[in-house]
Design a protein around this ligand. Structure first.
Ligand code: NAD
Length: 374
């Protein structure tokens, strides 16, 4: 089949959906790869590298879109891209189906759309889990981003001119991103503490050498699939006091708390930001989902009058574009390859639980939100 890759056109999106490594494997599996020239440039991939891997380079995105039978993307097709695709084309990308207004248009255009972020978190699908591969990178890069804005040393230093204290880092939400943020901050020499509503997170936080901040209320936020659930009002009130206290001691805060399908919980109120140390830096990885920190502006970096910096930069994984693309492209390959049949093309088996969970548009219908797509 003809598999197309184009340069991403969404704002702040340097990633690309295929690398020479994944192209090579798809070509070896008998597929034809067509790639827009320059598609990998922002991820440090040259056209020549794609060509050597066996892809055919085309001059513009339109030539790719008009011929593609399968389109691999990072972000779902825009209205302009959609208008150029042929009916029957299958698209694999991040889709944001709960807020993507184009889903009915994809259905009318006769596309099959698979939303990679809906991949079930089961053992079989671990190598296809784009949320994990990208959150891992975001957690790492968030700490480096905070360090760029932080005007002090991170590790403790003992010098002839006196001792410099280690930075105190508070990580809110110890899932995939949070655990990587903890590990990165520890490597830089910070004193790290972390908080999560899931009791299961305590052991993981402690195994990385960080302190787990515990809310003294007998309630756990563990929900199905390792995700968090919404907590009681009493828990939230005690949690708010504790986070306020810990944040006032912190030099850096990395917040990563998300609840699937709901706005992100607000964990740091404006009053806490106002009481934090001058020079403190906060990175809100949940900024795009409403934010964990009051005062963070989605997509921007703001500094308060007291000198506290709030970072709401989008697509932090994209700041490590080459590796983010490499992992994302492998996630796509691992999902796509077993569904490709040399004779019959792409086989989307509606009984397969991975297809059931991710196929949000098919047969002219929007399936997202329907029982079969849950
Ligand atoms: P996520 O991005 O949905 O949320 C990030 C973290 O925020 C989670 O740990 C969550 O518990 C936490 N959180 C939510 N509300 C909070 C609040 N009010 N206060 C503090 N923390 C809050 O989660 P994630 O990082 O994608 O992963 C969640 C879990 O799923 C982890 O246990 C992870 O190990 C597990 N997981 C399993 C698989 C698999 O089995 N294949 C794959 C990936 C992740």
């Amino acid at each position: 089949m003809r598999i197309g890759i184009i340069k991403e056109t969404a704002l702040s999106e340097p990633r690309v959906a295929a690398t020479p490594e994944t192209v090579k494997k798809l070509v070896a599996a008998g597929q034809q790869l067509i790639i827009e020239r320059g598609a990998g440039r922002a991820s440090s991939i040259l056209d020549d590298d794609y060509a050597q891997a066996g892809a055919e380079l085309l001059d513009d995105s339109s030539s790719v879109l008009r011929q593609a039978q399968i389109l691999l993307k990072v972000q779902a097709p825009s209205a302009d891209e959609l208008a150029q695709l042929n009916p029957g084309c299958a698209v694999l990308s991040i889709v944001h189906p709960h807020k993507n207004p184009l889903l009915p248009d994809y259905a009318r255009a006769g596309l099959s759309v698979l939303a990679m972020e809906l991949m079930p978190r089961i053992t079989r699908a671990q190598s296809m889990d784009v949320l994990s591969s990208q959150a891992n990178i975001a957690g790492y890069r968030a700490v480096l981003l905070a360090s760029q804005y932080y005007g002090r040393f991170i590790p403790m230093l003992m010098t002839a001119a006196g001792t410099v204290k280690a930075a105190r880092v508070l990580v809110l939400g110890a899932g995939v991103a949070g655990l990587q943020a903890i590990a990165t901050a520890k490597r830089l020499g910070a004193v790290v503490e972390a908080f999560d509503v899931r009791r299961a997170a305590k052991e993981q936080v402690e195994s990385l050498g960080a302190r787990f901040v515990e809310v003294p209320v007998e309630e756990s936020g563990d929900a199905a699939g390792g995700y968090a659930r919404e907590m009681s009002d009493e828990y939230k009130a005690r949690q708010a006091e504790l986070i306020h206290e810990r944040a006032c001691q912190a030099d850096m805060v990395i917040s990563t708390a998300l609840i699937p399908g709901r706005p992100a919980p607000v964990l740091i109120k404006a009053a806490t930001v106002a009481a934090m140390k001058s020079g403190a830096v906060l990175v809100d990885l949940a900024a795009e989902s409403g934010g964990n920190i009051e005062g963070t502006v989605d997509g921007e970096v703001v500094t308060t009058e007291r000198g506290v910096t709030l970072i709401g930069t989008r697509n932090i994984a994209g700041l490590v574009a080459a590796d983010a693309s490499a992992l994302y492209a492998r996630n796509l390959l691992n999902f796509l390859l077993p569904m490709l049949d040399k004779e019959h093309g792409l086989q989307l088996n509606p009984d397969d639980e991975l297809v059931k969970a991710t196929l949000v548009v098919a047969d002219g219908q929007v399936r997202f939100g329907q029982p079969a797509a849950q």
